[in-house]
Design a protein around this ligand. Sequence first.
Ligand code: SF4
Length: 691
Amino acid sequence: MSSVRSTCPYCGVGCGVLLTPKGAGGLDVKGDPDHPANRGRLCSKGSALGETVGLAGRLLAPRVDGQDTDWNSALDHVADRFSRTIAEHGPDSVAFYASGQMLTEDYYVANKFMKGFVGTANIDTNSRLCMASTVAGHKRSFGTDTVPGTYEDLDEADLVVLVGSNLAWCHPILHQRVLAAKEKRGTKLIVVDPRRTASCDAADLHLPLKLGSDVALFNRLLTAIAEAGALDRTYLSHVNGFDAALETARADSIEPTGLSSDLVDEFCRMWIGTKRVVTIFSQGVNQSSAGTDKVNSIVNCHLATGRIGTPGCGPFSVTGQPNAMGGREVGGLANTLACHLDIENAAHRTAVKDFWDAPRIPEGPGLKAVDLFRAVAKGQVKALWIMHTNPAVTLPEADAVQAAIKGCDFTVVSEIAATTDTSVLADVLLPASAWAEKDGTVTNTDRTISRQRSVLPAPGAAKPDWWHIAEVAKRMGFGSAFDFANSAEIFREHAALSGIAGGFGRDFDISGLAEITDSEFDALAPARWPVAGRRGGRFFADGQSFHSDKRMRMVPVAWRAPDARRAPRFPFRLNTGRVRDHWHTMTRTSLSPRLSAHLAEPFVEIHPVDAVNLGIEPDTLVEVTSPTGRAVLRATISDATRQGELFAPIHWTGQTAPTGRIDALVAGATDPFSGQPESKAAVCAAKAFNA
Ligand code: SF4
């Protein structure tokens, strides 16, 4: 069989892959030389994809109350319980928790089901943990959640700044792109990160600032830009809020960063002295109780210098998940609508309701992830559907979330894996098609829509996620609105709806694809939106935003300390993050021996001085406690982590390492604008573990 083009299911780089089934369920995976994201390259995770397909651990049949059953019985049961719950307690008594692993078509159907037909905005997604602060920051500055940059900007920049991003491990193919630019045109690289990560190996400058102090650093940069006379007055003629933003920035000091003034001056000198600057930011910015302000502090510097909307320039959020962007496009967050329309806007709501011919539409935002599971714990949410995510491991206060799901009246989980920390708590388990079995689209970090294609048969009774939802919707009486034959049909409806968004002057408009045939959808080549959009070309070159007055906004932001305060009992701050070769809760990557060999068990990185003070020896066990939980981890003693701070990876579960569930330690403090939890600055204590 000849190879089939598809897209890697891991990070938001969205690399193209060539898939060739080898028979007996095997799969050969190579990089697609024609995909614009990776041009044939794959990282360690992508190149091991062929080792992660197969039947090991798969859920093969619907399961109700622990017993395998047939689809009709399971779907009837889910529809009946959801219908009865809504009838007795109202639409807000049910909730849906989705995932950046879902394809755009799955996400579209889930959002339509909940917002248009159930009539609640209680649908949120694990993307809340990933990039919600970027969404909120973009909307404040640009009026919409528009990523201004493209991957070509990395090839054309003379300075790339990584803020809270270990690009070398978390988006390796983009990192390779930066290294290639360094080789070719001498691009400089600055890393702003409390830890000395693998991304620092090639850096010209590393700023190991204190956790949570990014706003203070970028406010100093904005002040220095003004002092150096480096403002772009022409671009600023399109921008509101400059005076207030600068005044607020001037009132901040660099003291919270813990950096020397010489180091900060060198950072400002390099940034200001280089015309083509891309500032890449990721979870170190987003996962913070001040995440939205951090985003705007970065965007402010680009707006003040006009370094946006032109080649080699711009603030650039890199998303963690393969389809976080697609989820944002369909409105998969509790505070968004569809196609970047606003749920608070009555005209937008009416237009979407009419397009869907929906009976109802919620009049405001629903519960964001942390609040959603708190509502489950309080019994306010009585029926919950979780799709392709493992909140009993990944949400802050994971022990409390686990208890909340266990105590929920009725929980449905759509999954590929038979046994996860979350699925073992479900009343109903629905078997889902996995990557390489399912078919649809994803959108990567630079707005490129790519196809994921099916090359392997789904095992047992597994079915696509959109089919799970559509079948329940039909049984709940929502009829023809969910009568989809395939993912192409869903994509066409999504594209047509985006034409309405374009009519409202929104950025996301792919209506030029609304009439494509099934075979054209099957052959769809990677395409970066706007596709047939009304504005075309590069965003923000003309200085026009998507606010109603078309003007950009600089947002005054002042540094705030992380939400949780250190105390004598909890003197450390805990930073969390990924490792190079694992993904999320390791459902797939743990199936590959070579990926598992990189870092075999959960660990905590601790500074040598702290280790001596605590009497902790290398490779011994450390007990880490916080006000919300406890973990036992292997000690890695390294000055890569700042004194007084610890680092631990997020991947291990209650099943892979019972005391390695790191998010049990993380408090549920959230950003006031984005609702994104502060996953990188929990307070904690550490001591040698004595079993
Ligand atoms: Fe997959 Fe990301 Fe690696 Fe590309 S960089 S191969 S998308 S994990």
